[in-house]
Design a protein around this ligand. Structure first.
Ligand code: B12
Ligand code: SF4
Length: 662
């Protein structure tokens, strides 16, 4: 029997559905759906007999909204979902609705959260017919072919790399598939048009352009899955193809390229990629920033890439993905012998080069204790102030998940997602975890989201106060202060919510929140500081508050003292002539470089440049992006950026589009 679809004659309709995590004004790029569509439509038979459409939803889209949007004109023949921890339940429920409308239709789930998890997935959502285990491109082609040939979804034993419902209710899992050796057999989703790249006005429609330059990671960290690519040889896309994609993104004026690679800067070809990025940027002005998970083993290639990017003014945030500094936790994580642990020299070098750098820690890994964690946090903060701390998640297909009984792990599923949040284990009690959640909140808000940036190093070196002390101090003060502006923050410090985003948004947006921070500083911090350093520390703190991004309030004009300018197509404003009693930029540079700062009072006037548009990112806690909006001096902006600067451009139109200011 050949399946046909009533609405499109002899073409079977296939819907590829993805939902991003965050509810941002801009969508996240549906890269996985794009690969699947590009691969399938490259096959003549499938192209001729199917109509494959992609549907991409923001984090805020409700299930009701999605099913109305997808099924109003009737259901497709095959519903395919890209499943991650944040959309597992929604897509499971969507499958239920789909089967009411089309009992003979197929539901295919793929993605990191369901791969190799068919037992649980089918138990939770029996309406799902097939789970794809691992890379999806080849099984997807086989599944569509089987569908077109009239095969039953219960008779798929000839397709490797999947699970389906076998006879008598058991789960049938076929042999795993080898990973794709030559990635160029997958047509590019961007170059083939498999992904819609522009909106109705012809502008790039996503927050960032997601790209893979390779797949695979030589390590096997116990908390990670990385799409099944861990413990795998790295396979790369060809330089030529990547260059063509970059050209396309540059023509669409894409600001940030975000790589999905696990270890960028490991291979010599990574440097070639950066050479291409720089050459294209020099010619077109884009991209402006390149973000990635950098190689854990910082080789010559890495240093050379960073030098080149710096010379070209191409921005990036360098993440030190340390995860823990505790030897016990590192051992259980399988990261004891990774070179990333020799990080001090690297950070000193990045600081000297004045490159943004931040570190990543996981709170609550097996083997970690409160004491070992805080000791590690403060040791790290001597070098890096922006420390992103993630509470440990137990992800499917990871070693931690397999050894949960051995480590005594107790977890709870998320209120709004299907991730497993660890509550306790052999070295962490419930109470330890609860206390540390408050700390994590403030670390996320004040340090990671860079509400304070330069104050950390100044407080530590000139004031003798550690970063964890500052964070505990603000927590304590916010609990007790009578300032009504503290109320939203008190509400936000609750365990297990998405509150840091709201708190960061609040602190960036509201003038009263900045006044609150000033009051905290005056009432609670100044008393801890050495009197002879107070004046200069006051000014560093004021500099931090003044360089927080300019947040546009809907329907409100920007303050008149902000002068608009253009850097290429990016709108900036300048706040001119800010007076400081000390040369704060020079003091910060000296402290970061490990040099003796000149602490003599010398009045300085600084012009600060702010890129506009931060309101797109604050509620998402997307701190890599937020830093690009911080106020900077002309020197910090870099010569390459300045070469694209002009004082003219469609400034008024852009402001109007973005919320009525102008
Ligand atoms: C980009 C990215 C993000 C972006 C998301 C962008 C977006 N589009 O939504 C951002 C930065 C927002 C992000 C955030 C997080 N992420 Co993330 N992220 C990634 C990353 C690096 C790339 C994802 C990607 O597009 N890969 C490329 C595509 C092609 O690969 P893929 O999705 O695996 O798809 C292939 C197969 O899975 C399969 N497939 C996928 N879908 C489908 C559908 C069908 C029908 C079929 C047949 C096959 C199929 O075929 C595809 C092609 O081979 C991955 C790691 C990785 N390299 O995959 C982690 C990853 C997805 N992230 C992960 C996690 C845990 C997070 C965070 C929770 C981290 C944290 N602790 O905060 C947060 C979530 C936000 C939050 N605060 O709660 C985990 C997810 C694990 C899980 N079970 O869901 C991953 C796998 C990393 C890991 N540690 O293992 N992330
Ligand atoms: S955490 Fe990074 S280095 Fe470790 S296995 Fe995952 S992708 Fe590889």
């Amino acid at each position: 029997m050949k399946h046909t679809n009533m609405r499109t004659g002899d073409k079977a309709t296939v819907y590829l559905v993805q939902q991003g995590i965050w509810d941002m004004p801009l969508e996240s790029m549906p890269l996985a759906s794009g690969y699947l569509k590009a691969m399938a439509t490259a096959q003549e038979r499938i192209r001729g007999h199917t109509d494959i459409r992609t549907f991409n939803y923001r984090g805020g889209a409700t299930l009701t909204k999605m099913v109305n949007n997808l099924f109003t004109e009737g259901p497709p023949d095959i519903l395919c979902c890209s499943v991650l921890g944040w959309n597992y339940r929604t897509f499971g429920a969507m499958a239920e609705t789909f089967k009411q409308l089309n009992p003979d239709g197929w539901v295919v789930f793929g993605g990191t959260h369901v791969a190799n998890q068919a037992d649980r997935t089918f138990r939770n959502y029996p309406e799902v017919d097939v789970v794809v285990n691992g890379e999806g491109e080849l099984p997807f082609v086989d599944l569509l072919t089987a569908y077109l040939e009239g095969t039953s979804p219960r008779a798929l034993s000839h397709i490797r790399g999947i699970s389906y419902h076998g006879g008598a209710g058991e789960v049938a899992t076929t042999d795993p598939r080898d990973r794709i050796e030559d990635l160029d057999i997958i047509p590019s989703p961007a170059l083939t048009g498999a992904i819609d790249l522009t909106d109705a006005d012809g502008r790039f429609r996503y927050d960032v352009a997601l790209m893979e330059t390779n797949r695979g990671c030589p390590y096997k960290c116990a908390f990670c899955y990385w799409g099944g690519a861990i413990g795998q040889r790295v396979r790369a896309f060809s330089r030529d193809r990547l260059r063509q994609e970059l050209e396309l993104y540059a023509s669409l004026k894409v600001h940030t390229i975000c790589l999905c690679d696990a270890n960028f800067g490991l291979l010599p070809i990574d440097e070639e990629f950066v050479d291409d990025v720089i050459a294209i940027r020099e010619r077109t002005g884009y991209p402006r920033a390149l973000e990635s998970s950098w190689a854990k083993n910082k080789s010559k290639v890495f240093y050379s890439i960073v030098e080149k990017m710096k010379d070209a003014g191409l921005r990036s945030s360098f993440t030190l993905a340390l995860q823990t500094l505790s030897p016990d936790a590192l051992s259980l994580m399988n990261r004891r012998n990774m070179k990333v642990n020799e990080w001090e020299d690297l950070v000193a070098w990045l600081n000297k080069e004045e490159l943004d750098c931040y570190a990543e820690l996981i709170w609550g890994a097996p083997g970690e204790t409160v004491e070992s964690f805080l000791a590690g946090y403060d040791r790290l903060s001597q070098y890096v102030s922006r420390i992103a701390v993630y509470p440990i998640l137990l992800l499917p297909n990871t070693e931690y998940a397999e050894k949960r009984a051995e480590y005594g792990i107790v977890s709870v599923r998320g209120d709004h997602d299907d991730f497993e949040y660890v509550l306790s284990h052999n070295t962490m009690s419930f109470a330890d975890n609860q206390a540390m959640q408050r700390f994590l909140f403030w670390s996320r808000v004040m340090a990671d989201a860079a509400v304070l940036r330069h104050s950390w190093i100044a407080l530590r070196t000139l004031g003798g106060v550690s970063q964890s002390q500052v964070l505990r101090n603000i927590d304590e003060w916010i609990v007790h202060t009578d300032d009504p502006a503290a109320e939203p923050l008190r509400d936000a410090v609750t365990i297990g919510t998405d509150a840091p985003g709201a708190a960061i948004d609040y602190l960036y947006r509201e003038a009263s929140a900045r006044n609150l921070l000033q009051r905290w500083w005056d009432e609670s911090m100044r008393g801890l500081l050495p009197p002879d350093r107070l004046a200069v520390l006051d000014e560093v703190f004021r500099y931090d508050l003044l360089t927080l991004p300019v947040y546009r309030q809907p329907e409100q004009e920007l303050p008149g003292e902000l002068v608009p300018v253009w850097f290429g197509d990016d709108a900036y404003v300048i706040r001119r002539g800010i007076r400081f009693a000390y040369d704060i930029p020079a003091i910060i540079t000296a402290l970061r470089g490990g040099d003796e700062p000149d602490l003599r009072a010398t009045e300085q006037t600084v012009d600060v440049y702010y890129r506009l548009g931060v309101e797109t990112f604050t509620t998402t806690t997307n701190s890599e992006e937020i830093v690009h909006f911080m106020g900077r001096t002309k020197d910090e902006l870099g010569s390459a950026d300045l070469s694209f600067m002009s004082s003219e451009g469609p400034y008024t139109a852009l402001l109007r589009d973005a919320g009525g200011c102008g």
